[in-house]
Design a protein. Structure first.
Length: 260
């Protein structure tokens, strides 16, 4: 991942791994993620889950996250802009639109239908003072404040039927997108795709599962070697502890901010 020349106080560990069901069928991982550190400790994250039923779901998820991060990185996200709720909401929804348009362009170029590249998309802009998120489809975005409180900034979005979700390529995608701003002293953030949501979220009350997140947030806060930390995260996501409970593709992006 790219970082700005400025030394940032964010520590990020992120990984996507292929689910056991996809591995057995020799299928590609349909998940994708991307992140970047901008000036003034602005962290931008994108995660996507290509639809398993879409023949080019992997292409859709990759285009979505790469386009989104490129678009956000070119914007002037100043302190004044970060203080403006309307600006942040517009920026997030506009980035969703740009990502969707990029998928449409790819579909047209390959003579494919838009639904052939169906994917979810979660976007996050995080600083030590705010976490701003937009989400289409399932998955989860979480933040923790300095008091140790966890909040689910978004929750999995289901369609009319069980196991149905809205994709970025769906006609109603932007109208149904979740957008959430949380102004607190942000210590940790996390973004994950739907393969992990049953482990990470108490679905009955819509609250993050502390035994899942707190050790992971401590892990990323102490991760000094990014390469080693990513290997450890991939090992965790591929462990029997996880794969016994989910056979889906898994993406987890973790961030920790330190004042030291």
């Amino acid at each position: 991942m790219n970082t700005s020349k400025q030394i940032s106080q964010w520590r990020i560990v992120a990984a996507s791994v292929c689910g056991t069901s996809h591995s057995k069928n020799q299928q590609l991982c349909q998940d994708a993620h991307h992140w970047q550190l901008l000036a003034n400790n602005v962290l931008i994250i994108a995660a996507a889950d290509g639809a398993g039923s879409a023949k080019l779901g992997k292409v859709g998820s990759m285009i979505a996250v790469e386009t989104a991060i490129e678009h956000l990185s070119l914007q002037e996200i100043t302190n004044d802009a970060l203080a403006n709720d309307d600006f942040l909401r517009h920026l997030l929804t506009d980035t969703m639109l740009v990502a969707r348009q990029a998928i449409e362009t790819e579909a047209d170029a390959g003579n494919n239908q838009l639904h052939d590249l169906a994917t979810t998309l979660i976007l996050m802009i995080a600083t030590p003072q705010i976490a701003a998120v937009a989400q289409v489809g399932d998955g989860l975005a979480v933040a923790k404040n300095s008091m140790g409180n966890l909040i689910a900034l978004t929750i999995p979005s289901s369609g009319e039927y069980i196991n149905e979700t809205t994709f970025l390529t769906s006609p109603s995608a932007l109208e149904t997108a979740q957008v959430k701003l949380w102004r607190e002293e942000i210590v940790n953030v996390g973004v994950l795709t739907d393969g992990l949501q049953m482990l990470a979220l108490n679905m009955m009350v819509g609250e993050p599962h502390k035994p899942f997140f707190l050790p992971l947030f401590e892990f990323v806060a102490n991760a000094e070697d990014r390469i080693l930390a990513k290997e450890q995260l991939m090992k965790f996501l591929s462990s029997e502890r996880i794969t016994q409970r989910t056979d889906d593709d898994l993406t987890l992006v973790l961030g920790a901010f330190s004042n030291s």
